[in-house]
Design a binder for this molecule. Structure first.
Ligand SMILES: C[S@@+](CC[C@H](N)C(=O)[O-])C[C@H]1O[C@@H](n2cnc3c(N)ncnc32)[C@H](O)[C@@H]1O
Length: 219
């Protein structure tokens, strides 16, 4: 086992970081151990503790970064909205809406969506009901894309689009879809995934949805 200072390089016994040599050779598939993810997220702690900060992982694997990011957002939801079950659930879904991934391999995409959904459902607890799970799965179907992040095309060869979600309050969400290649043309990474409001207007959404409730998203 290699060591870096006092830090162990490797995984916990239950962490599988490599599935096969072939996949490492073909796709560079080596997953990041949890301790390293946590250390890296500490570097951007204030962003991870914001419910509405948007994170996109362009090679997200099974979600080794995205799941801990969601966990931190959900902790922020509890701290800020824990007293109202209505607000807690809606902001938890909004936190999930702010997590994005692109991944080449279908099995990793499925696992990533399942891992994020499990984290969300466990957080809400059994009383929340099936509708919230279905809404989460609908969000994840849009936010976790199977595709090539370098070519910016999805599994069907079409331009990747990503949804910009917003929570309007009173149980309503908005959604606008943008082309990923348009968003990456922003000069400064400091602008973030969708940037400041006035920056929005430079980019035209490929689709704008009417405002939606959780029930409508679930449907
Ligand atoms: C080094 S692994 C990292 C996975 C995850 N980010 C983590 O840290 O555990 C790289 C991942 O990127 C995926 N991948 C490789 N080329 C890709 C591409 N062009 N677009 C999207 N994903 C890609 C691989 O399938 C693999 O799951």
């Amino acid at each position: 086992m290699a060591t870096l200072g006092a830090r162990r390089i490797g995984a916990n016994a239950d962490e599988q970081l490599v599935r096969s040599r072939q996949r490492v050779a073909d796709h560079g598939e080596v997953f990041t151990p949890r301790w390293l993810v946590d250390d890296m997220l500490e570097l951007v702690r204030s962003e991870t503790e914001r419910i509405d900060s948007r994170f996109l992982e362009p090679a997200c694997g099974s979600g080794n970064f995205l799941v801990p990011i969601l966990e931190r957002k959900l902790a922020a939801v509890s701290a800020r909205h824990g007293r109202s079950e209505f607000e807690k659930r809606h902001y938890a879904l909004f936190g999930l809406m702010c997590v994005y991934g692109i991944e080449l391999l279908a099995d990793n995409v499925a696992e990533c969506r399942a891992n994020l959904a499990r984290t969300f459902v466990l957080y809400l607890g059994p009383d929340a009901g099936d509708e919230w799970k279905r809404a989460a799965l609908a969000v994840l179907a849009a936010n976790i894309v199977q595709g090539d992040a370098l070519k910016m095309s999805d599994a069907f060869g079409k331009a990747i689009t990503v949804p910009e979600w917003g929570y309007l309050g009173r149980g309503k969400y908005q959604r606008r879809d943008f082309r990923f290649d348009d968003l990456t043309q922003r000069a400064g990474a400091s602008m973030g995934l969708f940037g400041a409001f006035h920056e929005h207007e430079i980019f035209t959404p490929v689709r704008t949805y009417p405002s939606m409730t959780v029930q409508e998203i679930a449907a």
